[in-house]
Design a protein around this ligand. Structure first.
Ligand SMILES: Cc1cc2nc3c(=O)[nH]c(=O)nc-3n(C[C@H](O)[C@H](O)[C@H](O)COP(=O)(O)O)c2cc1C
Length: 169
């Protein structure tokens, strides 16, 4: 039931209260990310937790749609590791599954979030790679902003039967 509730009620939240989030909650979110399914179970990822205000502020400038990071309690940069998945075949999917797991579990424990796309936009990729001085094998895939919500948003019904086909196109 918690899963259904999180899937149907979670929304992107971009306004946060000025509150800290307990380390235990951050750990729960990270564990949820690492629990995601991955191709060949390679788990080809690294997670950079950003909980210093000055770095969040700098990232809010580097990311063209990341203004909310200024108010965030913390953020997580999800990175794919080309040296683990040498063919890079499913890095994006694996890191995206981890990202979605973290959004849902954060919602479940009362922490608001928004997924900020990084890969494959060149400007975002380059800005983040340069800022963190990421080694050549590390590709930033997504940045997630987290905090305690300071806005109300209802779940949206997006079910669209026109997009469903059974057994043929
Ligand atoms: C790959 C991806 C990239 C996104 N990039 C941004 C972004 O750069 N800035 C932002 O504010 N929201 C971003 N979002 C959040 C979407 O705008 C949001 O999920 C969408 O409008 C649906 O709203 P909801 O999350 O409230 O259901 C992104 C979402 C995804 C999945």
């Amino acid at each position: 039931m918690e899963t259904l509730n999180a899937i149907f009620k979670r929304r992107s939240i971009r306004k946060y209260k000025e509150c800290e989030v307990a380390q235990e909650s951050i750990d729960t979110i990270l564990k949820a990310g690492m629990q995601a399914p991955t191709a060949r179970n390679l788990q080809p990822w690294h997670f950079i937790v950003i909980n210093k205000k000055e770095i969040l502020h700098e990232l809010s400038i580097i990311h063209p749609h990341g203004k909310m990071l200024k108010e965030a309690a913390f953020a997580i940069l999800v990175c794919g590791d080309k040296s683990i998945d040498e063919t890079e075949s499913y890095l994006i999917q694996d890191c995206s599954a981890a990202t979605q797991n973290m959004l849902l579990v954060a919602y479940d424990i009362g922490i608001a979030s928004v997924w900020l796309g990084v890969h494959p936009r060149k400007d975002r990729l380059n800005g983040i790679i340069d800022y963190f001085k990421l080694p050549y094998n590390i590709i930033p895939i997504s940045l997630i902003s987290f905090g305690i919500s300071n806005e109300q948003k209802a779940g949206e019904n997006r079910y669209n039967p026109e997009r469903i086909k059974y057994n043929k196109w």
